[in-house]
Design a binder for this molecule. Structure first.
Ligand SMILES: Cc1cc2nc3c(=O)[nH]c(=O)nc-3n(C[C@H](O)[C@H](O)[C@H](O)COP(=O)(O)OP(=O)(O)OC[C@H]3O[C@@H](n4cnc5c(N)ncnc54)[C@H](O)[C@@H]3O)c2cc1C
Length: 438
């Protein structure tokens, strides 16, 4: 079976049987990515007797969860200062703490359940590759420090060069609390863990329709049957564009990755990178890059593509793949002859204000979650706990945080939405074009 990422070639994705006949349960979760799996996990932790069903249209990890770059990090929304502008400084700090705890949560899940997902607690560096980026990154760094974030160290060029050598990197912002991992292994690992707790996962089971019955239950239609449940979770992230109840809350944007053949000792002698930190540059449309366990270079980002209407099939973009290959040469000239062996892409979920959203939909028996953009690996796991608490009516700091049950600004209908999102991307690209050169 052809799979949409390098990571997915490394796991057994043989699907569970699809859902047939009429089934009833306490909670039905639509979507077998990190959000769906972690929600099921925490529901079982909090209420072991619950009868839980996950319905996944392809196989666990088919969506962004099996295709991402595997940075398990503290980033939230677009950036801290944007979150502060939109929701205030206190809330920006709360969001940071939520994601800080989310990184710790993923680490503890991996350790507790011995999930083999190549988890490496490497730290993370945002690097500046021009004078203007350096100025902007330093401003954002100073803002973070003023906000009270302690895990932030400014690295001058000479300090960065001790860690990693690139002729274009001028400065950086280092965070200790970040890991890199193989996301498909994490998703498949969590599948086993939740199945071990008694959760039933049906794969190759697209949900066709969701409605409320007269008895106030949820009826979820699939090709060969239906599932009736007291509570429902939409863990469909970017695919929510296909779900009538959610389609205006977010849009999918596609981000792309290229992966080289493994680096050898000579390469490392030239570029260093012995601590293997996750790296990102400071553009609006960032490049993100890291090493895999077998020392391949993963290079992603640089631009995104936006689809029209309900199109969710823009998984390949050769213009952006070629840009990423060129960018490898720019940032690491000694790696210019490395062969690119894998290319893929996937959808991230984008709200109008670039801030995640989760909360009740209709009534307290239905919860949705979306809008994590490219920062969902850790966040979705903490969201799973928050969703479980919301469904069980348990109040906590998490259920009271500002992005839970917030008012989500709806995207306008097409063709306005397409024009607006292109205009927005255009502004970001023009600014990057200027900043790249000064
Ligand atoms: C290329 C790429 C790189 C990224 N890099 C990073 C990164 O390094 N770090 C980071 O933190 N985040 C990153 N992200 C974002 C991160 O991957 C996501 O935020 C996260 O995986 C979202 O998880 P999820 O479970 O909410 O959604 P998904 O993993 O997308 O899961 C949704 C699931 O719902 C299923 N589904 C949808 N509709 C239906 C239906 N009707 N019936 C049944 N099932 C349905 C889908 O098949 C899918 O499996 C990246 C994303 C991409 C695409």
């Amino acid at each position: 079976m052809e799979v949409p990422s390098f990571w997915l070639t490394q796991v057994d994705i043989s699907p569970n049987p699809s859902c047939e006949g009429n089934i009833s349960c306490d909670v039905v979760i639509i979507g077998g990515g990190f959000t769906g799996l972690s929600t099921a996990y925490f529901l079982k932790e909090l209420e072991p007797s619950l009868n839980i069903v996950i319905l996944e249209k392809e196989y666990v990890g088919f969506g962004a969860s099996g295709r991402n770059a595997g940075f398990c990090m503290t980033l939230f929304g677009f950036n801290l200062s944007w979150t502060a502008l939109r929701y205030g400084r206190e809330n920006a700090l709360k969001a940071y703490k939520y994601t800080y705890d989310a990184v710790s949560l993923v680490r503890s899940l991996v350790e507790k359940h011995n999930i083999d997902c190549d988890f490496e607690y490497t730290g993370f560096i945002r690097v500046a590759t021009s004078k203007l980026y350096e100025r902007r990154l330093k401003k954002e760094f100073d803002f973070a420090v003023k906000l009270g974030i302690e895990d932030a160290v400014w690295l001058r060029r000479s300090e960065i060069e001790e860690k990693i050598f690139s002729p274009v990197v001028r400065a950086g912002w280092y965070e200790r609390h970040c890991a890199i991992l193989n996301p498909a292994k994490l998703a498949q690992g969590m599948k086993k863990v939740v199945e071990g707790k008694g959760v039933k996962i049906y794969e190759k089971t697209p949900v066709l329709e969701v409605r409320k019955t007269e008895g106030r239950k949820f009826e979820v239609k699939v090709e060969k049957g239906k599932v009736e449940a007291d509570k429902l979770v939409f863990a469909t992230n970017a695919f929510s564009i296909l779900i009538p109840q959610l389609k205006r809350k977010q849009v999918p944007a596609f981000t792309y990755i290229v992966l080289t053949e493994p680096l050898n000792e000579e390469h490392f002698a030239k570029i260093k990178w012995s601590r293997r930190e996750g790296l990102e540059d400071s553009r609006n449309l960032i490049h993100y890059f890291r090493l895999t366990k077998d020392n391949r270079l993963l290079m992603g980002g640089g631009d995104v593509s936006i689809a029209f209407g309900n199109d969710i099939s823009k998984d390949m973009n050769y213009r952006i793949f070629s840009h990423l290959e060129k960018f490898i040469n720019e940032i690491f000239p000694p790696l210019k002859d490395l062969k690119v062996e894998y290319k893929w892409g996937g959808p991230v979920s984008v709200t109008v204000d670039l801030i995640p959203a989760l909360g009740y939909l209709g009534d307290n028996n239905c919860v949705y979650s979306l809008g994590c953009i490219g920062h969902g690996v850790s966040l979705t796991h903490m969201n799973g706990l928050t969703i479980a608490e919301l469904l069980l009516g348990k109040e906590s700091d998490r259920t009271n945080i500002f992005f839970v049950n917030r008012t989500v600004i709806p995207w306008p209908p097409e063709p306005l939405r397409f024009m607006l999102s292109h205009a927005f991307r255009g502004i970001l690209r023009v600014q990057d074009f200027v900043y790249d050169r000064i």
